[in-house]
Design a protein around this ligand. Structure first.
Ligand code: ZN
Length: 588
């Protein structure tokens, strides 16, 4: 497996794969373009052929060609690998052969069922009733194709006959994918979906993993639920499902936003109205998995909901998850119809307008609370605060948080300080304090990391500089993966082309190597002097850090009246000072 991953990467042209999504231009050693993972006007997204890596210096996204495909398409590792393997002409062999075989059998039978249902809807005589229904809902042939809609016969054994008797699939398999149910007496199975409009649930790659069946008014029986979903199976996980994602992902990526609606009909009607970046979540609460998938492509999430829902636990949870992932949330307010489906069907333009006029979620929650409670009464103020403050406490950005606190204070007619006090009470005070501490350490680290990476990039480009630089680093410890890579580069001082060098670099250091290398985007190869200067600057930074630590230790020794220790540290400091002077002299 491991070897196959390497083989696929080797046989894949990363520039061609990325180039299908991003307009790339070769500048110097790298290809450059606008990052597909965040909005930007000047390109900071780089792809390097020799290393087989991409890196965005704006948002930090980066990795190999498999990771790129996963992120840009919102698919899993396995799926990305399969697609690249197919293009590269590599036949994937798997260790878990049985598992894979079963999975592909399951997918195969789901695909066949979807095609069967689709055929019944579009060609079959019995499908006329469903065709009528869709016509009445303005769902045309093109939409039926796009969403692969279907129809299930109002009988107990239509699918069973087709898949088992005609195509020879086993009962067990159909049961495992949730297409049939076992009869009470245990002998045989029957169709689970009967007389329903069928919506295939597709994964991010377009594969059918489940179904939702909607009862048709003309065929409805009283005791039947309006909607029926596939059960959870090895293929279908409700918490990961985003209906319409496969159809919407291109638009989501381009517009960097996604509109969330509740049901399949809402999704299709919104799509038909030109808001093609719409997906349905089957409720207003988002799961962590769903956010993760969406965050790969979008930076804004639009929830669509009634004003009544402001302050509900479902939004609270969604906002919390989205804030954590750095996504902003807007709310499309449902007015002029009971749901997006009705509004978009009646007037596509009206729906587009509602989407464009969406409001920030905090404003939505605030407005909702002020509508519900009377701000002129003490009790009302208390209720409003109780509803809004927990939301504001979840805002990660401190400035944004304060802006909203100020607005709330203004609306209530009190000083901002009071509201901020309440918000801070809601947030864990301790957490904030520890964050500040971590940040300081990070800043120090960052400078070293930055200088280390610069040296790495330059050493890769001008490997002959290793000779001069290596002796300076004897006895010096550079921290982190960067430090390990610098040691490795200094020890392996053989001149070779970058694509060969990269294969020699230990696996766990390749990412650092790639990122450092791609950060060097000047067209010219750095001169010997430049590399030496980069090395000196890094050394100087390390000495400074070391001195800081030693000074602290010396102070402690002094307080503890440990003279011997004090002298020892003093000697070390002296050594370091000498070293530093030498370096400064070199820098001139
Ligand atoms: Zn980016």
């Amino acid at each position: 497996m491991e070897d196959q991953v390497e083989e696929i990467k080797r046989k894949t042209d990363i520039v061609a794969v990325v180039g299908a999504y991003v307009a790339l231009k070769k500048i110097g050693r790298h290809h450059k373009g606008l990052c597909p993972f965040h909005s930007e006007k000047t390109p900071s997204f780089m792809v390097n052929e020799e290393m087989g890596l991409y890196k965005c210096f704006g948002c930090g996204a980066g990795g190999d060609v498999i990771k790129f495909l996963m992120e840009v398409e919102g698919i899993e590792f396995r799926e990305a690998l399969e697609r690249l393997a197919e293009k590269a002409g590599v036949k994937l062999v798997s260790r878990r052969r049985d598992d894979d075989d079963e999975r592909s059998k399951m997918l195969e039978v789901m695909e066949l069922a979807a095609r069967y249902y689709h055929w019944l809807l579009t060609e079959g005589n019995a499908g006329a009733v469903a065709r009528e229904y869709l016509k009445g809902r303005n769902i045309n042939d093109k939409l039926i194709e796009t969403f692969n809609l279907g129809f299930s016969m109002p009988s107990w054994d239509s699918l069973v006959n087709y898949l088992i008797k005609k195509k020879g699939y086993k009962e067990d398999l159909l049961e495992k994918v949730g297409l049939v149910s076992r009869k009470q007496n245990g002998t045989g199975v029957y169709d689970k979906f009967r007389g329903r409009l069928m919506f295939p649930l597709q994964d991010a790659g377009g594969k059918v993993v489940g179904f939702t069946g909607r009862v048709l008014p003309a065929l409805a029986k009283e005791d039947e639920p309006k909607y029926m979903n596939s059960p959870e199976t090895a293929l279908y996980h409700k918490s990961r499902m985003l209906y319409g994602f496969f159809q919407a992902k291109k638009a989501i990526r381009e517009k960097k936003r996604v509109i969330l609606v509740e049901g399949q009909m809402d999704c299709i009607s919104s799509y038909a109205a030109g808001i093609t970046e719409t997906v349905a979540v089957g409720g207003t609460a988002l799961t962590e998995d769903q956010i993760e998938i969406l965050a790969r492509l979008a930076d804004k999430i639009y929830l669509s909901m009634d004003a009544d829902e402001a302050g509900s636990a479902a939004i609270k949870r969604s906002v919390e998850l989205a804030e954590k992932r750095g996504l902003s949330i807007k709310v499309v307010q449902i007015v002029g119809g009971k749901d997006p489906d009705e509004i978009a069907r009646k007037s596509p333009e009206k729906w587009r307008e509602l989407v464009e006029n969406s409001v920030d979620v905090y404003e939505f929650v605030m407005n909702g609370a002020f509508k519900k409670y009377d701000v002129n009464k003490m009790d009302g103020v208390k209720k409003i605060t109780e509803e809004v403050v927990p939301f504001l406490a979840k805002i990660e950005n401190g400035i944004v948080r304060e802006v909203w606190a100020k607005r709330l204070a203004e609306k209530i007619g009190v000083a901002t300080k009071g509201v901020m006090g309440e918000v801070e009470k809601k947030m864990a005070g301790k957490q904030e304090a520890s964050k500040v501490e971590v940040k300081e350490n990070e800043a120090a680290d960052n400078k070293q990391v930055k200088l280390s990476r610069r040296l790495i990039g330059q050493l890769i480009l001008r490997q002959e500089a290793v000779e001069a630089v290596a002796p300076w680093f004897v006895g010096v410890k550079v921290s982190g993966a960067e430090g390990k890579l610098i040691s490795w580069l200094l020890e392996n001082r053989e001149n070779m082309p970058v694509e060969d060098l990269v294969k020699e670099i230990p696996e766990e250091l390749r990412e650092v190597a790639g990122e450092s290398y791609m950060a060097e985007d000047s067209e010219e190869t750095p001169g010997q002097k430049e590399v030496e200067e980069a090395a000196v600057q890094l050394l100087r930074e390390i000495i400074r850090d070391r001195k800081k630590v030693l000074m602290e230790e010396m102070n402690k020794a002094r307080q503890g009246k440990n003279e011997e220790k004090e002298d020892e540290i003093f000697a070390q400091l002296n050594e370091l000072n000498k070293k530093e002077s030498k370096i400064i002299a070199f820098l001139g």
